[in-house]
Design a binder for this molecule. Structure first.
Ligand code: FES
Ligand code: FES
Length: 159
């Protein structure tokens, strides 16, 4: 067993797990952060995406021990003081929530996209989200939501 110490959503957390445990399983099972979902478990669907040291990463492709010392942001960390993040608001307003299963990965990927490209075109958003798979409905509402959130975040209207 190995000790793993991380900062998750602004809080110091630690656990003890086997060296082969995936980060996504550590987040869900050891830290109780079940908002990060597990889909394919081999880096294809994007459902498990979190931010590690500020960049989007697939937590099913990383061992928990590899994240030791890292700063991690999960979907649970988006809401601040009871106020939804502009991306969450926009997903709600523009019907981007859809199935809900892929949504945490969509939101975390979109957050990273807007960090790199604060004013993305529709094509940028579609490309940026193309590695998070939606197989239920389509990307129309999701793309609209990310573009709407970009506008709000640019105006500084976010927590
Ligand atoms: S569960 Fe990680 S990419 Fe699908
Ligand atoms: S919105 Fe989740 S699979 Fe389509």
């Amino acid at each position: 067993m190995m000790d793993v110490r991380v900062n998750v959503n602004g809080q110091a957390r630690e656990g003890r797990c086997p060296p082969r445990k995936l980060l996504v399983d550590f987040l869900r099972e050891d830290l109780g952060l079940t908002g990060t979902h597990v889909g394919c478990e081999h880096g294809i669907c994007g459902a498990c995406t979190v931010l590690i040291d500020g960049e989007a990463a697939r937590s099913c492709l990383m061992l928990a021990v590899q994240a030791d010392g890292a700063e991690i942001l999960t979907i649970e960390g988006l809401m601040k003081d009871g106020v939804l993040h502009p991306l969450q608001e926009a997903f709600r307003e523009h019907h981007g929530l859809q199935c809900g299963f892929c949504t945490p990965g969509m939101l975390m990927t979109a957050l990273d996209l807007l960090r790199v490209k604060p004013e993305p075109s529709e094509a940028d958003v579609r490309e940026g989200l193309s590695a998070v798979l939606c197989r239920c409905t389509g990307y129309h509402g999701i793309v609209k939501a990310v573009q709407a959130a970009a506008g709000h975040m640019k105006d500084g209207r976010h927590a």
